[in-house]
Design a protein around this ligand. Structure first.
Ligand code: NAD
Length: 314
């Protein structure tokens, strides 16, 4: 029969494209439960799903930040049976730490960390009982390597990676597979929300030098990185579909962008962390807008031999 796939955060971006791609699977292997906080935002998804809507794709309300919402959604599924859980919902946060309140930081963890855990706690016991299932978490390259001015976002993704690394071992005993998807930059509302947010914001509490490094050094190079290295939500959806198809032989970590493998390799090449910290320092402050060139050069100089570590969208 069809596998039941539940995806969080499907009103836009990666979640929307995953829902559509899986629902339109040529072999019709999936029934997708595409969830979102507010069904008023369903139009884009419904339009993109076309004929699949109401057949291989159904909608449900789910806010990953509320216990009741999560429980209600899972209780509403026949036999509470979910074969594949895709934790996609997430929010970003950039800026100088001095200007971000603890409450704002907590809300990032509430969604990116506790939101995922809430889902896993609701679905995992049934998977363990059935001795089968696949839990997928949309993490980020920033779950493996910190990036300047993304302190809290990276921390929330690191937390998730640590949590899942622990759980993956236990779940293996129950024939439940755990996979992380680690995209680099992806063109979605995530990016536009961030840029818009930053334009509106002032940065109370941060000194002029820090604000200057953020606005005039980090932001332009970040925009440039998105433009030159960014993947599409479809790329990430294709990678994720492959990971689902690999089933119990899927890898735990799945970087989607080969241009980021050298960066991650640097970290593991020097366990003191010195190499990564200094490489990032030079890329940001000495190369700035040429950062993407250095990323491409690194890929070129390693002859693409680290590429095999990524799951390619093609
Ligand atoms: P997006 O903003 O388009 O999508 C995120 C979705 O999550 C939105 O539809 C939003 O409404 C939903 N969401 C937020 N809070 C929620 C909640 N409490 N309950 C349910 N849904 C909620 O951005 P995206 O790029 O598609 O992000 C999807 C995932 O990909 C996130 O986990 C993000 O961290 C990750 N990611 C994104 C990028 C990128 O560059 N865009 C890179 C790496 C990882």
């Amino acid at each position: 029969g069809q596998k039941v796939v539940l995806i969080t955060g499907c009103s836009s971006g990666i979640g929307l494209r995953m829902a559509v791609m899986l629902a339109k699977d040529e072999k019709q292997r999936y029934h997708v439960i595409a969830t979102m906080r507010d069904l008023k935002r369903k139009d884009k998804l419904v339009e993109a799903a076309g004929d699949a809507y109401g057949k291989s794709l159904s909608l449900a309300v789910l806010d990953v930040c509320t216990d009741e919402s999560v429980k209600q959604c899972i209780d509403g599924i026949k036999d509470r049976h979910v074969d594949v859980l895709i934790n996609n919902a997430g929010i970003g946060l950039v800026g100088p730490v001095e200007s971000i309140s603890i409450a704002e930081m907590k809300s990032v963890f509430e969604t990116n960390f506790f939101g995922v855990i809430r889902m896993i706690k609701e679905v995992m016991p049934d998977m363990k009982k059935r001795k089968g299932g696949h839990i997928i978490v949309v993490s980020s390259v920033m779950g493996l390597q910190g990036v300047v001015f993304n302190d809290v976002y990276a921390a929330s993704k690191f937390a998730m990676e640590g949590f899942c690394e622990c759980l993956a071992v236990q779940l293996l005993k129950f024939n439940v597979t755990m996979s992380m998807i680690e995209p680099g930059p992806v063109h979605t509302e995530f990016e536009s929300k961030m840029i818009q947010d930053v334009r509106q914001k002032e940065f109370p509490g941060a000194d002029a030098d820090t604000v200057n490094y953020f606005k005039n050094v980090y932001l332009p190079s970040s925009v440039d990185i998105f433009e030159t290295l960014g993947q599409t939500p479809d790329d990430i959806a294709r990678c994720t579909k492959k990971v689902i198809e690999q089933g119990s032989s899927a890898r735990f970590r799945n970087l989607t962008n080969p241009l980021y493998t050298p960066i991650v390799a640097l970290k593991y090449a020097d366990e003191t962390g010195g190499l990564s910290v200094h490489a990032f320092y030079h890329m940001l402050f000495n190369l700035g807008p040429l950062m993407h060139v250095s990323m491409k050069a690194m890929q070129y100089l390693t002859c693409g031999c680290l590429r095999s570590r990524t799951i390619s969208p093609n």
